[in-house]
Design a protein around this ligand. Sequence first.
Ligand code: CA
Length: 227
Amino acid sequence: MRVLVIEDERKVANFIKHGLEEERYIVDTAGDGVAGVEMAMNNHFDAILLDVMLPGKDGFTVLKDLRDSGVSTPILMLTARGTTEDRVTGLDLGADDYLPKPFSFEELVARIRSILRRSSPDKSTKLRCGELVLDTVSHLAYRGGREIELTTKEYALLEYLMRNKNRILSRSTITQHVWKHNFDPESNIIDVYIKRLRSKIERDDLKPLIQSIRGVGYRMRETTQDE
Ligand code: CA
């Protein structure tokens, strides 16, 4: 899942970025409010971490601009100011949650998982599709009782497919949520990763989960027993 961090203190931004990358997120950063709005409008992020005190445009204005423009990405406000008034302002402007600074990294990650769950039909920290289970805390996958180890990219791809199961996803949509930069649409990188993922999660004795949709992309399909 792809996360945008809008934070002007470079040290804090880098700390969050590196930590989230270890947690398998794809992370972009913006150092001021104006750049943050621009990046959020022109890309498809799955969550945004937004600092309140920012140069250019403060966090509340960024939040208001994004919501007024119809950007519905879940937003977690980071605030040094612990007053009730600030929290209420943020929530009323359309923030999904807030976290007062200083915060523990563990809590930040738990809150990101929580806001991602709210926008997903699956409310558990474990995503399921048929007998395939993906644990978003341990980053391990299981199918038919067998543990499957995934690389960072395979995990990011599988998480995105599972959060959007039964939906047909174009290659460009997958790219926008799983890779940081858009690459040549003719590139077969997604197909290469899908192939690797299939070799890990698909089994001859079980129904295939990842369907190829000719000319479009892929779909993670949950089938019922009698299909
Ligand atoms: Ca700040």
